[in-house]
Design a protein around this ligand. Sequence first.
Ligand code: PXL
Length: 278
Amino acid sequence: MKNSCHNHQKKIALINDYSGFGRCSIAVALPIISMMKVQCCAVPTAILSNHTGFDSYFFDDYTDHMETYIKEWEKLGLKFNGICSGFLGSERQIEIVKGFMQRFKTEETIVLVDPVMGDYGRPYATYTPDMCQAMKSLVQYADILTPNLTEACILTDTPYKERWKQSELKEMSKKLFQMGPQKIVITGIPQRSFVANYCYWSKKEPHIIRTHKIGDSRSGTGDVFAAILAADAVNGVEFIDSVKKASRFIKNCIERSSQMDIPLTDGVCFEELLYKLK
Ligand code: PXL
């Protein structure tokens, strides 16, 4: 008899854009999640020739096709151990992603929302204030939230700055926690020669994971980070261990990218080190 159950292996639904060049979103999350032995099923939110950090790019919003695409997954009876959302292309699309959470999130599903909205204190070119507002309401579905400093500020209406006291990070994390997620990592906090990730969760005291800052920051590292956290979460790895693993991996990737003289816009050459995630 034909076996038509599609749910014998762990899987993550990845709602993110496909950028052909620049190493971000689906292009990095898919190979990473696969390497970590989880099947990765992508829902494209937009197709770009290259990410928006370049001076010019082609951007095709996929909003109009998403509902029909997702309906087919319902027909197949797909069940997901994880749902991971990233870059979203329009306000209506954020509503569609909320619909996806309502349809596919069960007691067992771990939802990671990476509220991709901006960096260096500024929103990305395609992000309108209304979209930032809509993103706030998506956060309620998240078990794990991975904002960078800019995104944490936008979500909590906090003015952006570079230097933060621990008590201020705790305050901001508390506000994010009140929005729904039980585990929050504020990523990429500059601290002199270190980059810190501030981890806030209900079980223990906040934790700071620091890595030595080597070279300038590169695009797509947030996507690498979220992919590792999502795959680890469905594999049952402890939150803090996972943050440590992701931080170390990114640091190694940045190091290798500088050695290979890869432009900052082109992201990190994670392909060189992907085997380390096995
Ligand atoms: O890495 C975040 C990201 C994802 N997707 C697109 C982007 C960016 C950041 O610039 O432009 C299309």
